[in-house]
Design a protein around this ligand. Structure first.
Ligand code: NOJ
Length: 600
């Protein structure tokens, strides 16, 4: 007996993205074809057959545009060109053509909330001075206080410190302030300005004309700010620990433009965006404003002019979930990342709650749900799941911190993939998930690159540990990241453990994580799980650490508790998260802790 369905089945003949498995490529760290130690688009092209065999429907590429790389490319200086680090526009076109030839769609990252301060518009704005049309493309304001020496309001940057930086108006005379919700090298655009709207639509068309299948929209909840930019004094609740940042202005310090200062004096990012959610239903005046939806409606119209079900996926850190699903109403975006699933950790209660709520809210707006376990901003899930508290979210891990239990974390990570990949909707896989890759948890300070590490003097370990170049060949230099012969040192060092995770050690090896992912994705497609519907199984007992559901002919059981679970009789074993997941005694099959199975 099962409880009634909590969602409506997705249409089997619906758009491709509704049930797609989408693989995130972080171009810096995927594969290096030029052998300079930095991943590139040529490397993506070379490895497309690998992705084809994995069975993914689409690839989402994190930014590869021209950028000073102050935030690893999320600071774009030219939205219509490829940064020489990653290749050329011709390389992009070749990669796209090859992918399409293999039936793999390509989604690119769009960063519309802010540009780089090295973008020509920002340079023009600085030169043009106050009250100019050039400045109106950004959010410049006079300061408060007698000499304008106080920031225009008390907003804090998501990366910590004030969200305003003062500029000099010639000859070092202090002038206006500009808003940057992130780093001072990422000035926020003014979405009330017609040039900004027209330009971003033109950028959409530039990439749509080249043939991309969609966009991942960065900070989709942040583009419109409340009228009058009012102060905001709510306490910010931090998922995974309070950093002590108070948006009441008490920590605000006047800053100069950060590039005028030595690195140690630059803005100090303290609060990664991923760790910040408004407490209760208090929404800061710079997030989730009603006006963002009109932008997405206009973009929806642009995408509709193109054939082939082009799509957008929102990176929107919005609560409660009903607010998130407003981004995927039928005339807005097609998908939004379900970060609640990722934040649930290895915990049956959290996951069941998230899945139920997601399916209900998705059905209410007739949008497909999405699922994700890891990305380039988070400690990799096998490492999180190997911590004492497998629901915790450290801001990176260093050698001084609690070290995850690698074996336990991997076992749980594989089981979590089994939970995710049988869910109806669309699933996102971060590069290396399919290898079971752990976080690099002992990166030495001198090689770390995420500004949040050195700008907090190491208080935050930063995001480098999940961005380490992939291992392809166990016995090649840099584990084959730059090909079998090797090349320059990779931009981040890899841990020695990567040898045993290398793709060539897992290829065609029964029971390897890579083979498990291939089988899961293949069975998911054969059984139509992405367009199926979920019902909780009678075994489901989240308070006891048991998660169990059916989707079509497949029963999924995961054991997140401490005791073996008796599995239902008569259901053939389809797939198991490990060779010893199921123990048989006296004719009864039991599922071991930290394991999962697909039956049916
Ligand atoms: C979200 C991206 O995922 C993150 O890497 C980046 O730092 C911020 N947005 C700012 O663009």
């Amino acid at each position: 007996m099962t409880t009634p369905d909590t969602n409506t089945a997705l249409r089997a003949d619906g758009p491709w993205w509704a049930d797609a498995v989408i693989y995130q490529v972080y171009p810096r760290s995927f594969a290096d074809s030029s052998r300079d130690g930095m991943g590139d688009l040529g490397g993506v092209t070379q490895r497309l057959p690998y992705l084809k065999r994995l069975g993914v429907d689409a690839v989402w590429l994190s930014p590869f545009y021209r950028s000073p790389q102050a935030d690893a490319g999320y600071d774009v200086a030219d939205y219509r060109d490829v940064d020489p680090l990653f290749g050329t526009l011709e390389d992009f076109d070749a990669m796209l053509a090859e992918a399409h030839g293999l039936g793999i769609r390509i989604i690119v990252d769009l960063v519309p909330n802010h540009t780089s301060d090295e973008h020509v518009w920002f340079q023009e704005a600085l030169a043009a001075g106050p009250d100019s049309p050039e400045r109106d493309r950004y959010i410049f304001r006079d300061g408060r206080g007698e000499d304008g020496g106080e920031p225009p309001n008390n907003w804090q940057s998501v990366f910590g410190g004030p969200a305003w930086t003062r500029v000099h108006d010639g000859k070092g005379i202090p002038g206006q302030w500009y808003l940057h919700l992130f780093d001072s090298k990422q000035p926020d655009l003014n979405w009330g300005n017609a040039d900004v709207r027209a330009e971003m639509e033109d950028i959409l068309r530039f990439w749509l004309d080249r043939g991309v299948d969609g966009f991942r929209v960065d900070v989709a909840h942040g583009m419109v700010k409340a009228e009058g930019l009012p102060d905001w004094s709510q306490k910010v609740a931090m998922v995974g620990g309070d950093t002590g940042a108070e948006p009441d202005g008490s920590h605000v310090e006047t800053t100069e433009r950060s590039e005028d200062l030595p690195p140690e004096d630059r803005d100090v990012p303290q609060v990664p965006e991923k760790n910040m959610t408004p407490s209760g239903d208090a929404t800061p005046p710079y997030f989730d404003q009603e006006g963002v939806h009109e932008i997405y409606r206009s973009w929806h119209r642009v995408l509709s002019e193109y054939d082939g079900d082009r799509m957008m996926v929102a990176e929107a850190w919005v609560e409660p979930m009903s607010r998130l699903f407003r981004y995927v109403r039928s005339d807005e975006m097609q998908q939004a990342f379900n970060f609640g699933f990722l934040l649930a950790g290895w915990n049956a209660r959290n996951i069941v709650e998230n899945v139920s709520e997601t399916l209900t809210e998705a059905a209410a707006v007739d949008a497909p749900p999405t699922w994700v376990l890891s990305n380039h901003d988070m400690v990799r899930h096998p490492s999180r799941f190997g911590l004492d508290d497998p629901t915790s979210f450290p801001k990176g891990i260093s050698a001084d911190d609690e070290q995850p239990d690698e074996e336990l974390g991997l076992a749980r990570g594989r089981a979590a993939a089994m939970v995710m990949l049988a869910l109806p909707g669309s699933a996102y896989v971060y590069q290396g998930d399919e290898l079971g890759l752990p976080e690099h948890t002992t990166l030495p300070a001198e090689v770390r690159q995420d500004p949040s590490f050195f700008r907090t003097q190491g208080a935050e370990r930063g995001r480098d540990g999940c961005r380490v170049p992939l291992p392809w060949i166990a016995d090649a230099p840099a584990y084959g990241f730059s090909g079998p012969e090797g090349g320059e040192e990779p931009w981040l060092p890899q841990p020695e453990s990567f040898a045993r995770y290398a793709a060539d050690q897992q290829e065609d090896v029964p029971g390897s994580t890579l083979e498990l992912y291939r089988e899961l994705i293949s069975v998911r497609a054969d059984r139509g799980l992405g367009t199926g519907s979920l019902a909780w199984h009678e075994l489901n007992a989240p308070d006891a650490g048991i998660l169990a559901y059916t989707n079509g002919s497949v029963v999924v059981v995961a054991n997140m508790g401490g005791e073996p679970i008796e599995l239902p009789a008569g259901e053939p074993l389809l797939l198991a998260s490990s060779p010893d997941a199921v123990v048989e005694s006296d004719g009864v099959n039991r599922l071991a802790p930290d394991a999962a199975v697909w039956l049916g």
